[in-house]
Design a protein. Structure first.
Ligand SMILES: C[C@](O)(CO)[C@H](O)COP(=O)(O)OP(=O)(O)OC[C@H]1O[C@@H](n2ccc(N)nc2=O)[C@H](O)[C@@H]1O
Ligand SMILES: Nc1ncnc2c1ncn2[C@@H]1O[C@H](COP(=O)(O)OP(=O)(O)OP(=O)(O)O)[C@@H](O)[C@H]1O
Length: 281
């Protein structure tokens, strides 16, 4: 059996870091949305045992393993099914970019392989297994716009965000998430005691954007600030770095306005640019 799935990218419309935990991770409060930029993940069940992953456009460090392979092995273990699994990932989402590409690939394999094997693992189990693979994986397993707390694994669905258009700009540097969290100097412990009032218009969304990691990444990669300024000059209502960066998204209220900025940004050597919209829940 062979099946193909789309694994979407995410953006963080806000990301507040609330404090450091004893295990070294950080408690966060984030508004997360899936967007229309995808990796393609093809999963095949094959006779030859073991898990093999082939992933175009991704060079892993020696000894490092594709997160999708770890997800597949976990589903095989939990299901008790003995079959071989071959995964091919056509990587379109920039890597180490703040767009959650690896996490989305892993979530797609957790959910997809569970379905293909008829393993019957319930959504709560899949979210919990996702959290063991990475802090962003539960969000993708859940597959809905969410207010995410804890390290990102406590998810509450959020409805009614405005139908914005996004221009994503990746300036072509890779940023390690671990490095960004390590360099974050928490000046005060934040508290987000209750759900915020979520934006209902593109104007409100532009005012809502905030990311505590942005200043850390900008200190190491000043290009991020340049990208933000450029997309704002080109008419974005607001702009923010996603996740730990370096990708920046500009918020536009029409497709035409976004496409006009996109055509200008395409001229910038070394920058990868994408037009995207939020995915429906
Ligand atoms: C920046 C975000 O992408 C925003 O959505 C996430 O907070 C990070 O999610 P992720 O890449 O799935 O994170 P992981 O692969 O679990 O962790 C990478 C590294 O980031 C740090 N990390 C991550 C998440 C979190 N809430 N606190 C942390 O301190 C840890 O040092 C960890 O070693
Ligand atoms: N399938 C995969 N896709 C991308 N990266 C992977 C994958 N498997 C392992 N990795 C490793 O994970 C690192 C982070 O990749 P990823 O693209 O998910 O980062 P990111 O978009 O910054 O994630 P996040 O937004 O969750 O912080 C890569 O540099 C790579 O070493």
């Amino acid at each position: 059996m062979v099946k193909e799935f789309l694994a979407p990218a995410k953006i963080n419309l806000c990301l507040h870091v609330l404090g450091k935990r004893p295990d070294g991770y950080h408690d966060v409060a984030m508004l997360m949305q899936r967007i229309s930029l995808y990796d393609r993940v093809r999963i095949a069940l094959v006779a030859e045992g073991g898990v093999r992953v082939n992933c175009s456009g991704l060079a892993l460090a020696p000894g490092e393993e594709n997160i999708a392979a770890r997800a597949a092995r976990r589903i095989l273990e939990l299901s008790g099914v003995s079959t071989g699994v071959e995964i091919h990932i056509d990587k379109q989402i920039p890597v180490a970019a703040g767009l959650g590409g690896g996490s989305s690939d892993a979530a797609t394999v957790l959910v997809g392989l569970n379905e293909m094997l008829g393993a019957g693992l319930d959504p709560v189990t899949l979210v919990a297994e996702g959290a063991k693979l990475g802090a962003d994986v539960p969000f993708f397993v859940n597959g809905r716009t969410a207010w995410a707390t804890g390290i990102g694994e406590c998810l509450q669905s959020v409805d009614g965000l405005p139908p914005a258009w996004y221009v994503l700009i990746n300036p072509g540097v890779a940023v390690s998430t671990a490095w960004v969290y390590q360099n974050l100097r928490l000046t005060s412990q934040g508290v987000v005691a209750k759900l915020p009032k979520f934006p209902r218009t593109v104007g409100e969304l532009a005012g809502f954007l905030a990311n505590d990691l942005e200043r850390v990444t900008i200190a190491g990669f000043p290009i991020v600030e340049e990208v933000k300024a450029r997309v704002l000059d080109l008419g974005a209502r607001g702009a923010l770095m996603s996740g730990s960066g370096p990708t920046v998204f500009g918020v536009f209220d029409s497709r035409d306005a976004a496409e006009s900025a996109l055509s200008q940004l395409r001229q910038m050597a070394g920058w990868r640019v994408f037009l995207a919209h939020p995915l429906e829940d």
